[in-house]
Design a protein around this ligand. Structure first.
Ligand code: ADP
Ligand code: ZN
Length: 609
């Protein structure tokens, strides 16, 4: 939770101060100034001074008499009296005297002076201060007249430079985004076909993996304006400002369509509502989020405004944001694998001079677990090291050294696998895939990678989409359970040791086995009797048992039996395919990634088919 900032003072506050200063000046300072020069005396003193011929110049006004002494060093003032002989006496005392008749000020002038001028000064000062304050705030927050103007920056020029080719690796993400580029190029193609682009696309991945870069590259490839704003910027403002910023942002975007709107750190406003509860900033955030949802619902599909948003905490997002018609497409932007890291290193190495014998693959291998931003940093660190050594050519030693500097910085926050762990994870993941492949005789996976994920999973298996399947046979479910146990089974077969890495598999296998018995009627003992009913099928689907405690015991026993049988089956499959298991695991361990094709090639290689 961000600390709650003290609210910024409204403009009226500054105006009040100016007003106060002007008033004080009028009441206190001005009279003091004039009083210090003019000495107030009574009429008697005036008469005495005339008698003593100590009066120089006299000015008789309607409301007062101003006079000086003979030398003219002091100015005195006294009230006028009924004194018909004054003129005579002044004359005989040798004073210079005159009567000044004050022109009554024209009412328009006095009005202008007393009312209009102060207001003008007042507004002028306010404007000036506002400008000053805006400059101080880096133009971020305008205080009065630009109230609510969005600070989304338009990068029409700068994104021209960024292309997909500048983003190394991340091929899958680029592929998904290519469609958006195509749409922005020729929207009519899509409208004619009646297809509508998703309004919002969520780029999900750990920090520094190039999400911002990808968003800019989409704009760059399509040659459209790029508006970017960070979710946290919305939250830092006055109450109600966030919502009006959102409104303004979309207004601008619609005017500039086709265009890309990029919202970085969307979790700052898009967190689940009512999750924190009681924080001061909540109301503001909710208002902002609601405004965002309203805007997204409000504009028609195919307006040409595509909203890209980035987050590294997708699970914390409010479900309302990911509903269809909003951010309904999700593009994973994961940490780069070995090949990806090499490519990123090479892209950034173009900016520096490297020795010819630098082997980027070795460097990439050493920097396992590093993000794109960290790799860029490694290159920069190496260049700095070279400069420190008085060289301009960066050597491999510089790079290796800087890996340590940079990795030491991030090792704590990122899970970097040890060598041994990497081996275990490779066997585990191949175990799943191999069991699956042997049961169905087809490629079970699209891709396996063993780069630690933000979700905490150490490996990642992209399952082949078999299309929507509404019906599954008993055998298929059993095979699926066997596949879940395959990871653990591989560890047993290869190392004779088991790890904690299978907790999620265990959960999944148990769920399936349980459902087979309690809901699908797939056990002989219970036949087609429902033992569980599912509530809230669309909201997670909590199951509640509807049977006696004795039966529950029986179910538990059955579940264990079922999983155990499948576990044994998986182990048998792996033992029978031990050589393939080793070959596949070795491949995955070294490359960190294996595609379905590569997998099948190794699996069927050398087999007569
Ligand atoms: P994110 O938005 O995911 O936090 P950024 O897009 O801001 O990450 O990336 C930060 C920096 O890291 C980029 O400016 C770039 O220098 C570097 N970088 C990250 N990923 C890549 C990549 N795939 N290819 C090249 N550079 C990258
Ligand atoms: Zn597993």
């Amino acid at each position: 939770m961000k600390e709650v900032k003290s609210p910024k003072k409204p403009l009226i506050y500054y105006y009040s101060i100016v007003l106060l200063i002007i008033l004080l000046f009028n009441i206190l300072v001005t009279p003091m100034l004039s009083r210090s020069q003019v000495v107030e005396v009574d009429y008697g003193t005036f008469m005495d001074m005339i008698e003593e011929e100590d009066v120089g110049a006299v000015q008789v006004e309607d409301t007062r008499i101003l006079f000086t002494d003979k030398e003219g060093t002091h100015v005195y003032q006294t009230g006028p009296m009924e004194d018909p002989t004054l003129t005579e006496r002044l004359h005989s005392a040798g004073a210079k005297f005159e009567r000044v008749v004050e022109e009554p000020a024209s009412p328009i002038w006095s009005f202008l002076l007393t009312f209009v001028l102060p207001i003008l000064i007042f507004v002028g000062l306010g404007q000036y201060m506002n400008k000053k304050l805006m400059e101080q705030a880096g133009g971020k927050n305008s205080l009065s007249f630009g109230m609510g103007k969005s600070s989304a920056k338009v990068y029409v020029q700068s994104t021209k430079g960024i292309r997909f080719s500048d983003v190394a690796g991340e091929d899958e993400a680029k592929e998904s985004l290519q469609e958006i580029v195509d749409y922005l190029h020729s929207p009519q193609k899509y409208t004619e076909a009646g297809a509508s682009m998703p309004k919002g696309i969520l780029l999900v991945g750990p920090p520094g993996t190039g999400k911002t870069m990808l968003a800019k590259a989409v704009a760059g490839e399509a040659g459209v304006p790029f508006f970017s704003i960070s979710g946290s910027e919305f939250v830092e403002m006055f109450v109600g400002m966030g919502a009006s910023k959102v409104r303004d942002l979309f207004k601008q975007a619609k005017e500039k369509a086709p265009c890309i709107v990029f919202i970085d750190e969307i979790d700052a406003i898009g967190q689940k509502r009512n999750s924190g509860g009681g924080y001061g900033g909540n109301d503001e955030r909710e208002q902002t989020l609601n405004q965002l949802l309203t805007e997204m619902d409000g504009f028609e599909e195919n307006t040409g405004v595509i909203i890209l948003a980035a987050t590294n905490r997708p699970e914390s997002l409010d479900p309302a944001l990911t509903r269809p018609g909003r951010f309904d497409r999700r593009v994973p932007v994961e940490l780069p694998d070995l090949a990806g890291r090499e490519a990123i290193l090479k892209v950034h190495a173009k900016k520096i001079k490297t020795a010819e014998d630098v082997d980027f693959r070795t460097i990439a291998r050493m920097a396992a677990g590093a993000s794109g931003a960290e790799l860029a940093n490694i290159i920069n660190e190496a260049a700095l090291r070279a400069v420190r050594g008085g060289r301009i050519i960066v050597t491999e030693a510089d790079l290796e050294e800087s890996i340590e500097v940079v990795i030491a910085g991030y090792q704590k926050k990122n899970a970097v696998l040890s060598d041994r762990e990497k081996k275990v994870v490779a066997y585990h993941e191949i175990g799943h895939a191999l069991v699956a492949a042997r049961q169905t005789n087809s490629a079970p996976v699209q891709k396996i990678t063993i780069i630690p994920r933000t979700s905490g999973a150490l490996g990642y298996t992209m399952q082949v989409e078999t299309g929507d399947k509404y019906l599954m046979t008993q055998e298929e479910i059993e095979n699926k359970i066997a596949t879940y146990t395959g990871g653990r089974a591989a560890e047993e077969v290869a190392f004779g040791q088991i790890t904690t890495g299978a907790s999620n598999d265990i959960e999944q296998a148990t769920k399936l086995a349980r459902a087979m018995i309690t809901r699908y009627g797939m056990s002989e003992d219970f036949d087609m009797v429902a033992m569980e009913t599912v509530q809230n099928q669309y909201l997670g689907g909590d199951a509640s048992l509807t049977c006696s405690p004795e039966t529950q015991k029986e179910i538990d026993r059955k579940v264990v039996e079922l999983v155990k049988a499948q576990h044994e089956k998986a182990k048998k499959i792996l033992e029978d395919n031990r050589e393939k298991l080793d070959a596949l695991a070795k491949f995955l361990y070294e490359k960190e990634t294996i595609t379905g094709e590569e997998f099948m090639e190794i699996l069927t290689g050398g087999e007569e088919k």
